[in-house]
Write a protein that binds this ligand. Structure first.
Ligand code: PEP
Ligand code: MN
Length: 339
């Protein structure tokens, strides 16, 4: 931490700050300029008391952190990229995971047809919401337990791994019985009690970025899961809310490059929520792979026009099947392959 004192702080008040820094367990180093003095506090900011309270002293102008606030998710603590084992399917490393399926599980026929189609096209993980976080209470809320049962059926028939959202702490156990990956949605991105409860299942977790969440906050949310003893976290960029209206959200591909640099966790891109437009999904997939994403999670529906949620952004079976070979040259250019 660096403590900047106000111009012309008298020596006794400088000494007061130095003594306070030492009392909190840091080694103080004062750098005395002609006008201003700066006190560097040497010590581990993640284990020592916070020095931020020093900004309450009248002679202190500002207190600045030097160390990052996240530790377990950072590349510094774990230089090699993490590869997560999702019931035998590796996520991270040289291959790119393809997760696909409807926004919501709607019926047995819908989920089984979709599972077969996405598997045939190359997906290894089936998505589908049984519990849906909807903006309006009058919209389809998902099939709940019955949706979980249908996902289980699809897994048994196709062997696809399952990713589905857990909305509430109350459902963590039931969802973890069926899901190979627990999805934490954008609306729960900083629901720390839910993150901890999900972490305790030991299942891999896909942590979406919140709609207005800063990258640092996203990493700190992941830190909650890792510090609760679960290292199997994937970050998911799904677009953030901006002033733009051509798209539902603004897919932040810079965040993908930053997450790859700053953390060792696999990063998955959701182009469907990311732009809210089926016609843009292929371009965003290409961009995501080029930026270094480790996986894609794509909404695919047998008949998007009849979908009970997010119809405008779901792609058809044919479009999905065509997408996989179309992405081939980009995969080749970045030296990666689909699973
Ligand atoms: C979804 O995947 O259908 C979904 C609701 O995602 P998000 O939490 O990113 O909005
Ligand atoms: Mn959706």
């Amino acid at each position: 931490m660096i403590i900047v004192l106000k111009p012309h702080t008298p020596p006794d008040q400088v000494e007061q700050v130095i003594a306070e820094v030492a009392r909190l367990g840091y080694t103080p180093h004062a750098i005395r300029g002609a006008i201003q003095t700066v006190v560097a506090a040497i010590g581990d900011e993640t284990t020592h008391h916070t020095l931020e309270a020093l900004s309450a002293l009248p002679q202190v102008q500002k207190v600045m952190a030097v160390q990052k606030r996240y530790k377990l998710v950072s590349r510094e603590s774990h230089p090699a990229p993490t590869v997560i084992d999702v019931a035998g399917v590796p996520i991270g490393g040289s291959r790119i995971a393809l997760m696909a399926g409807p926004c919501s599980v709607e019926s047995e026929e819908q989920i089984l047809q979709t599972a077969r189609a996405v598997k045939a096209a190359g997906a290894t993980i089936l998505r589908g919401g049984a519990y849906k976080p909807r903006t309006s209470p009058y919209e389809f809320q998902g099939l709940g337990r019955d949706g979980l049962r249908l996902l289980d059926l699809a897994r048994r028939e196709t062997g696809l791994r399952i990713i589905t959202e857990v909305l509430s702490e109350n459902d963590v156990e039931a969802v973890a019985e069926v899901a190979d990956i627990l999805q934490i949605g954008a609306r729960n991105a900083q629901n720390f009690q839910l993150l901890i409860a999900a972490a305790r299942t030991g299942k891999p977790i896909l942590l979406k970025r919140g709609m207005s969440e800063r990258i640092e906050e996203w990493f700190l949310a992941a830190e909650y899961i890792l510090s609760a003893g679960n290292p199997n976290v994937m970050l998911c960029e799904r677009g953030i809310r901006t002033f733009e209206t051509y798209t539902r959200n603004t897919l932040d591909l810079a965040a993908v490059a930053i997450a790859k640099k700053e953390t060792h966790l696999p990063i998955i891109v959701d182009p469907s929520q990311g732009c809210g437009r089926a016609d843009l999904v292929p371009a965003l997939c290409a961009g995501a792979i080029a930026m270094g994403a480790d996986g894609l999670i794509i909404e695919v529906h047998p008949n998007p026009a009849e979908a009970m949620s997010d119809g405008q952004q779901q792609i058809s079976f044919d479009r999905f099947a065509a997408l996989v070979p179309e992405l081939g040259p980009i995969l080749g250019a970045v030296g990666r392959t689909f699973l």
